[in-house]
Write a protein that binds this ligand. Structure first.
Ligand code: NAP
Length: 222
């Protein structure tokens, strides 16, 4: 598959490494330009490209940047996607530590629904609740006891199937977590977030989630 990765930090860098090792054709971009990604490209065999090139011809694009930077992505960042391409959003809203106040999110819009609106393209929410390092260390063959499962939310069943297949290749189970309207169930502060649960545990945790955003994941009162 041709996979474009926008954001080359903890998650983007590790996904670049894993997807390239699995034989996918990976293009990776950050905000500063491909020359700053020469080492990652050399180590993984991925192509370092300008952010505006990462989605060109891609079957899958992973957007993995701080939430506050999503509106700053260049217009047309997803132009040139392959037909039926899947866009994955790994993002989380951390108003107090990183992102500042984003009014729509404070008002209850699920994070990935907001991201989809900013990008002007449907997204699948995945990878947002696993520690980046666990992408390198915790993958296990299908059927292994305790294999970590990750929730996958989105409105297009075939797009979710593509993501669940990629998760399986990486050594994780995917659990269909419903549509983007329901994707608050896997946001920061929910029972599934960062918990490294197996598939049954993920299903239970999603069902137990509370729609109210915990205080530590809201902007401080002004
Ligand atoms: N860290 C984790 O364990 C973890 C786990 C799950 C989900 N997440 C979420 O996934 C997202 C990424 O997290 P991270 O920890 O990987 O972030 P990070 O280490 O801070 O890396 C962010 C990356 O995004 C790039 N970037 C920022 N603005 C950009 C823009 N306008 N255009 C292109 N690239 C841009 C940065 O490039 P430059 O360095 O060139 O600016 C950097 O490569 C966040 O929303 C985070 O909450 C993180």
């Amino acid at each position: 598959m041709r996979i474009g990765i926008i954001g080359a930090g903890n998650i983007g860098g590790n996904l670049t490494q894993r997807f390239a090792a699995l034989g996918h054709e990976v293009s990776v971009a950050n905000s500063r330009g491909p020359e700053t990604l020469a080492e990652l490209a050399q180590e993984t065999g991925a192509s370092a490209v300008p952010a505006t090139e990462a989605a060109k011809g891609a079957d899958v694009v992973v957007v993995t940047i701080p939430e506050k930077n999503v509106p700053k992505l260049p217009a047309g960042i997803l132009d040139g996607l392959a037909l039926g391409a899947v866009v994955i959003d790994t993002g989380n809203y951390y108003p107090q530590q990183r992102d500042g106040r984003i009014e729509d999110l404070e008002n209850g819009t699920p994070e990935s629904l907001w991201v989809a609106g900013q990008l002007g393209h449907a997204v699948v929410k995945a990878f947002n609740g696993i520690y980046a390092s666990h992408l390198l260390t915790e993958g296990k063959p299908a059927g292994s006891p305790g294999r970590i499962a990750l929730p996958v939310a989105g409105d297009d069943a075939s797009a979710k199937a593509v993501v669940i297949d990629l998760l399986d290749q990486l050594g994780f189970d995917g659990v269909d977590a419903g549509g983007l309207e329901d994707s608050w169930r896997q946001q920061p502060g929910t029972p599934v977030y960062g918990a490294d649960l197996d598939a049954d545990g993920v299903k239970r945790a999603l069902a137990e989630a509370n729609p109210e955003r915990p205080a530590e994941f809201r902007a401080e009162q002004q």
